[in-house]
Ligand binder design. Structure first.
Ligand code: FPP
Ligand code: MG
Length: 298
């Protein structure tokens, strides 16, 4: 069923009649298409659902093109990022092209759907801005972290589920909350994986977030658990290229203080609520997506 989305995406790109865009687009790894899947599972495979799913995937791809420039990321899904191969300028402009094409196509859908999706992109951008701002200092405030990941990740997933529900005449509220919870849990798990995975699995080095200045939820919990002297040490390592000993110290303190299980539990609580919402709505495929998100090895 995702093939219809892939075909529509290629059609959107070829309609631009610019061979260079087609060539660059083909270099992008397609990823899991989580947002498209949600939309098709909720709204079925009718034409407008395929359009909406393709638009959201264009916007998502655009946001990652910009994010990789912002994060100076050389890899995206284990392959060289567009900025690594073609430079930052190309990555930004390709992002702008995909983003504006998505917006143009959005104008052909129902106004309410266009409002939900466009509003989510504003939240996405504000979330990313907060991510950048918060990376300047060591953040110890969990609420600030949650607000930021809601913006940069959960808002577009929430909008996908919500707008898909409206597209097929379902009541939106439960789908909206499902999408929000799924998005928050997704980002928390991504942040956990930065600590538990090596670069072969994730396509980026372990503890990369902390080196970049991102005090994600495991570091917030770790800071909380440490004594004063250790707190000072952890803060002193923030945004530094870590020696092997320093990385090992962080990982061992995380282990001693059971930090990863704590983070996992937070994600699990969100996922359990998402599962119960979709069990109530009788949506087994959406229940399965939520389950898959946390049923994995960390
Ligand atoms: C990945 O976060 C980043 C996002 C999910 C959102 C990025 C949003 C923007 C750049 C706003 C601009 C939006 C448009 C449409 C032009 P991450 O760096 O934590 O995750 P990663 O490990 O996948 O890079
Ligand atoms: Mg990034």
């Amino acid at each position: 069923m995702l093939e219809a989305v892939e075909r529509r995406l290629e059609q959107y790109i070829s309609s631009l009649e610019e061979p260079i865009i087609t060539e660059l687009y083909r270099k992008l790894p397609s990823g899991k298409r989580l947002r498209a899947k949600l939309i098709l599972y909720i709204a079925g495979e009718k034409n407008d659902a395929i359009k909406l799913a393709s638009i959201v995937e264009l916007i998502h791809a655009a946001s990652l093109l910009h994010d990789d420039v912002i994060d100076d990321a050389m890899l995206r899904r284990n392959k060289p990022s567009i900025n690594a191969t073609y430079g930052n300028k190309v990555s930004i402009m390709l992002g702008d092209i995909l983003y504006s094409k998505g917006f143009n196509e959005l104008t052909f859908l129902d106004n309410k759907i266009a409002q939900i999706v466009s509003n989510a992109v504003t939240k996405l951008s504000i979330g990313e801005l907060y991510d950048v701002e918060m990376s300047k200092d060591f953040n110890t405030d969990k609420d600030k972290y949650i607000d930021m990941i809601y913006g940069k990740t959960a808002s577009l997933i929430e909008a996908s589920a919500w707008s898909a529900a409206l597209l097929c005449g379902k009541k939106g509220e439960n789908y909206k909350l499902y999408g929000k919870n799924l998005g928050l849990a997704f980002q928390m798990i991504d942040d956990l994986l930065d600590i538990t995975s090596n670069s072969d699995i994730l396509g980026k080095p372990a503890l990369h977030d902390f080196v970049e200045g991102k005090t994600t939820i495991p570091y917030i919990y770790l800071y909380d658990a440490l004594d004063l002297e250790q707190k000072i040490k952890l803060k002193s390592l923030h945004k530094k290229i870590l020696s092997q000993d320093e990385s090992i110290w962080i990982l061992e303190e995380m282990k001693k203080n059971d930090i990863l299980s704590k983070c996992y539990l937070d994600a699990k609580i969100l996922i359990e609520e998402a599962i119960s919402l979709m069990s109530y709505e009788n949506e087994p495929k959406l229940v399965a997506i939520a389950k898959e998100m946390i049923d994995r090895n960390f």
